[in-house]
Design a protein around this ligand. Structure first.
Ligand code: MYA
Length: 453
């Protein structure tokens, strides 16, 4: 491919948004009847008039579910991937790196690491049987993967035992052969066997039916490098110096009392965090053990380049913690570039702040102004820390209260949209931080309070 990649292309990849259909008109979109697989599944139909929130199919028990895995074509076999086994993990990296993201000229790939997978796939309660692979019997080559982790989800006032499904991938040479429905049915069977009947998942593609849609937003941290590796072009009538100046960040963080989150803070921070999360309609509820896993991660990682999760708190003079901010790192490897080997990418994760707690109404004017100002400082500091850790671009969605700071902090709207789906659960739509014209909705903001990797 000869034309240089545009930042938008990169950002589209970052959003894993293969085949974005969200831009199509309703008439151009596949109709429900054309979703040969999905129309058979317990998911909400397009434009369904939801009368009441709750499960779609009635009560079942694990005994109602077959004990045997779904049949596969004779040349394939199921396998459980042991993420503690380096060879098996390597197979997953190769599969995902080469097939997960459509990189048209293969000049960069996700740089999945053991550290990232330990974080993403081994959260408390994880099960090896939910890391499902499909191998070619004769060669043992891994050609497909799907994973689930257990989560407690709150949708409005109801708390639902669920799983999050992620890293679905089919080898490029085996696409369009209907392997995906088999993977989904098999993971459903294994999850049902454990008496869990609901799932949350996200995808760039439009399926029946998103409960919410958010948009990706991207903040260049190292504009020069993005330009050098041809991820971004120079806009017309702009100079490089102007672009660099536009995105220049302070060298150091500014928020007084900002420091790394430590285990000793967890009880206090969880109170703050849980209170903050109450404002959203869809959140993950963390146990203390889960909170430590997701926010502190593996403390034995000493190499800063291998660190996955970065969590900070603001401790005030009186010793009280008023804010939490976190982001994670998932870099790209740049191939065939003599100057640069990696592209660092930070993803905004969860945050919380007591800035508007004294106002009962989330949309109170003074409360909003206070929160906006606090989030601007916190997220700017997160960008500064990400840049200090050699990250080149910082991603956020329009979820949470993000639309309060995206424009101010120069997060450009991306091409990618992320749809949120619930399996076997009907819910009223949840705002995704977007207006009808898909620009940031700074007023209503989003009611999505869950962050999916
Ligand atoms: S999202 C990330 C998905 N992965 C990628 O984008 C990586 C690159 N792409 C690929 O590897 C393949 O293109 C995939 C499709 C595997 C995506 N989610 O096998 P097929 C439907 C759900 O011939 P292929 C993530 O990881 C499609 O509409 N369904 O297709 C979350 C069609 O169905 P229908 C999808 O192109 C995953 C059928 O598959 C997706 O060879 C959540 C065609 O199958 C998609 N992203 O491979 C999974 N893409 O005929 C659901 C296509 O009806 C979990 N399809 O239109 C559900 C909950 C399960 C647990 C429940 C527990 C209670």
């Amino acid at each position: 491919m000869s034309d240089p990649k545009k930042l938008e292309d990169l950002l589209k990849l970052l959003s894993m948004n293969n085949g974005d259909m969200s831009k199509l008109t309703a008439a151009q979109r596949k109709e429900m009847k054309d979703y040969k697989f999905w129309k058979t599944q317990p998911v909400a139909k397009f434009d369904e008039d939801v009368k009441e929130e709750g499960p779609i199919h009635g009560e079942k028990t694990p005994d109602d579910i077959p004990d045997q895995p779904l049949p596969l074509l004779a040349e394939f076999e199921w396998c459980a991937i042991d993420v503690n086994n380096s060879e098996e993990l390597e197979d997953v990296f190769v599969l995902l790196n080469e097939n997960y993201v459509e990189d048209r000229d293969a000049s960069f790939r996700f740089n999945y690491t053991r550290e990232f997978f330990n974080w993403a796939l081994k959260s408390p309660g994880w099960l090896a049987e939910w890391h499902i692979g499909v191998r070619v019997k004769t060669t043992n080559k891994l050609i497909a993967f799907i994973s689930a982790i257990p989560v407690k989800l709150r949708v409005r006032e109801k708390v639902i035992d669920s799983v999050e499904i992620n890293f679905l991938c089919v080898h490029k040479q085996l696409r369009s052969k209907r392997l995906t429905p088999v993977l989904i049915k098999e993971i459903t069977r294994r999850v049902n066997k454990r008496n869990i009947w609901h799932a949350l998942y996200t995808a760039g593609v439009v399926l029946p039916s998103p409960v919410s849609t958010c948009r990706y937003a991207h903040r260049p941290l190292n504009w020069n490098k993005l330009y050098d590796v041809q991820f971004t072009d120079l806009p017309p009538r702009k100079t490089k110096a102007e672009m660099v100046a536009k995105y220049t960040l302070p060298k150091n963080t500014k928020t007084k009392g900002l420091r790394l989150l430590e285990e000793k803070d967890v009880d206090e921070v969880m109170v703050l965090f849980n209170k903050y999360q109450e404002r959203f309609d869809m959140v993950q509820q963390f146990s203390k053990e889960e909170f430590i896993h997701w926010f502190i991660g593996d403390k034995s990682i000493t190499d800063p380049n291998k660190k996955v999760i970065f969590s900070y708190v603001v401790e005030n003079d009186d010793g009280k913690i008023s804010d939490l901010i976190s982001f994670y790192s998932l870099p790209f490897t740049i191939l065939n570039n003599s100057q640069y080997k990696d592209l660092g990418i930070g993803y905004l994760y969860y945050y919380a702040s007591d800035a508007d707690f004294k106002y009962e109404d989330r949309y109170n004017k003074e409360g909003t102004a206070a929160l906006r100002s606090r989030l601007n400082s916190l997220v700017q500091d997160a960008c500064v820390i990400a840049a200090q850790h050699k990250m080149d671009v910082f991603n956020a969605l329009t979820s949470q209260d993000n639309t309060l700071f995206l424009d101010d902090l120069k997060f450009g709207p991306g091409d990618g949209f992320l749809n949120f789906y619930l399996f076997n659960y009907r819910a009223f739509p949840i705002t995704g931080g977007l207006k009808d014209d898909k620009t940031y909705d700074t007023e209503k903001r989003s009611n999505v309070g869950v962050v999916m990797l």
